[in-house]
Design a protein around this ligand. Sequence first.
Ligand code: NCD
Length: 312
Amino acid sequence: MIEIFSHKNVISIKEFSKDDINYILEKATKLEKVAKSQEVSKSLNGKIVGMMFFEPSTRTKLSFETATKRLGGAYIGIDNAASSSISKGETIADTAKMFESYSDALVIRHELEGVSRFISEIVDVPVINAGDGAGQHPTQTLLDLYTMKKEFGDIEDLKVALVGDLKYGRTVHSLSYALGLYNVKMTFVSPPELKMPKENLRDLEKNNIEYLEESNLNKVIDDIDVLYDTRIQKERFPDEEEYNKIKDAYLINKKMLEDKNLIVMHPLPRVNEISQDVDNTKHNRYFEQAYNGVPVRMAILETLISNIKNKK
Ligand code: NCD
C-alpha cells in the first residue's frame, strides 16, 4: 500500500491525486471485511464524529454513521436546520464551532456550495464534505470508483456514460473530474438544458481529457461498460415547470439492457430513472454501490482521524 494521504480534510475531489484515491480504495478493500463481520474495529475508540446534515440524506448519513460505529466510534448530529438553533438565527459558523468542541471530525451536507470549505477554514478538526449544493460530493465519488474497481479490477480504460442531470448533480461533477485521472472514455448524456457546466468541462480540457456530449442515450448504450445514471435534481430547479418538462428524460428498463454488457450505477435515490425491473438483472450495481459507502467512509474516517493522532 502506498503510505500517503496527508490531507486533513475531504472537501473537493480535485485536491486528490490518483495515489491518494488508491490509498483510500485499498484501505476500503481491507475494511470491507470488518464492515461485513460482526466485529468492530477499535480505530475510532473514544472518538466522536459530528454529523451536520442540513439537507435530506439517507445513504450518505447512514453509511457515515455505520462506518463510525464499525470503527468503534460514536457520533452526534443534526438532520436539518429546522431542528437546530440555525432556525433561531444562529450562524452556521457558530453552529460549526459548537460541533467542533463536541467532536473529533465533522461531516457536513448543506445546500450551499462552499459551506464545507468555509467551515474547514474556521475549525481545527477534519471536515468531510458530504455534498454541498450542486458543487461536489467527493466521498460519493470515492465509493463510485471503489464500485467500478471492484467490478472490473481497474478503472483504467473503462467506457463510462454519465447520464441525467449533469448540470445540478454534484455526484457527476466530482466523478467526471476523478475519472479524468484515469484513461476513461467519458460520454456525458443529458437533455440540452442539463448539460455538464462549462466550468467542469474546462477542468477536463485543462488536463487534456477528451469527452463526448450526447443527448440520445441510444447512441451510446451499445458501447459502454458503466451507465452511471442520476436523478433530475428537482430541488435545484429555479422553476418547477422547467423540471416537469424534463423530469422523465431517461427511463432505463430491463428491455433496453437485454443484449447489453454493462453495469448500471446510480448514487440513489432514484425517482423515475431506473425501472424496478432492472433490479433483478445482472446489470444492477446501484444497491451494492450504496453498500460500498460503508467501507469507503470507514477508510476516510480512519485515515483522517489517524492523521490527527500522528501529528500530535
Ligand atoms: C446524491 C446526492 O445527495 O447528491 N445522493 C447521495 O448522496 N447518494 C444524489 C441525489 O440526491 O440525487
